[in-house]
Design a protein around this ligand. Structure first.
Ligand code: B1M
Length: 215
């Protein structure tokens, strides 16, 4: 039987091999992918976040825990990305995703990307620490209908407005902006003129589907 408490503990300790093994084991015994993700991985990372906040853990330990989380996510990725793959009707919809300038957090963004792929979107992930110029250059290249931005720091979340304003000043109003990340709220999204806010990866995908008129 899947022991999520033990899996959380391995993630906390940064034991990537055990997290990977237990993720595979949970799937092999028929646990649903969303449950393994939420209870096995995200719950473990929440404890890391708490202890990081109170200086019980420091950056190196958190980085190692993040590596363990990514090892588990790599096992789930094909399943998340394949879930609704038969719904090819979203295939024409292009999503550009990035974490904004000054911010190196990418785990949540990567999850949003995986689940959007699973919903049939063509996803272009430009990575972390992305400036408005980089978002614009990528938008020129991929012509997205939706741009998703992620920020995990209160010091970087304001840069989302810089990106939205930059596109507007350039007359590019044909794209929808979605924002998300731990410090983001609906109120903040409204304040900066974003078209929508996703509290987690599933609600982000629901929002993307609404943008393209599929919900
Ligand atoms: Co950082 N960090 N970190 N960190 N880190 C936080 C964010 C923090 C809350 C920790 C804490 O104090 N409790 C705190 C921010 C405080 C604040 O701003 N008020 C913090 C800090 C301070 C820092 C540094 C400044 C620490 C330092 O150097 N002194 C530094 C900054 C570096 C930088 O970015 N310039 C730093 C560094 C790091 C690491 C590199 C060590 C590592 C990142 C590794 C990586 O991402 N590759 C790290 C980590 C892992 C965290 C915590 C512990 C976990 C984040 C995470 O991956 N969560 C985090 C604490 C926390 O969030 N509780 C913390 C799991 C992930 C699945 O959730 O990212 O929230 P999340 O994504 C969710 C939703 O938010 C949403 O969907 C996802 C899935 O459900 N979502 C979207 C995300 N993007 C979305 C986009 C959407 C829609 C939904 O639409 C487009």
């Amino acid at each position: 039987m899947a022991d999520y408490a033990q899996m959380n503990q391995y993630l906390y300790e940064g034991n990537a091999a055990e997290v990977e093994r237990m993720t595979k084991e949970a799937l092999a015994e028929g646990r649903i992918v969303q449950e393994v993700l939420t209870e096995g991985l995200i719950a473990g990372m929440a404890v890391v976040g708490e202890d990081f906040k109170y200086n019980i853990l420091y950056v190196p330990e958190v980085l190692i825990a993040a590596r363990a989380m990514k090892a588990g996510m790599a096992v789930l990725k094909p399943l998340l990305a394949a879930r609704d793959a038969e719904d090819a009707s979203n295939k024409a919809s292009v999503l550009l995703m990035g974490t904004v300038r000054g911010d190196l957090h990418d785990i949540g963004k990567n999850l949003v990307c995986m689940m959007a792929e699973g919903a049939g979107f063509e996803v272009h992930d430009i990575g972390v620490d992305q400036s408005v110029e980089k978002f614009m250059a990528a938008a020129d290249k991929y012509e997205p209908q939706i741009i998703g931005m992620s920020a995990l720091l209160t010091t970087t979340m304001t840069y989302m407005k810089t990106v939205i304003d930059g596109f507007e000043a350039d007359g590019r109003t044909d794209v929808k902006f979605a924002v998300g990340g731990a410090p983001i709220s609906q109120m903040f999204a409204d304040e900066i003129g974003a078209d929508g806010y996703g509290t987690d990866a599933s609600s982000a995908v629901e929002l993307f589907l609404k943008f393209i008129g599929h919900l």
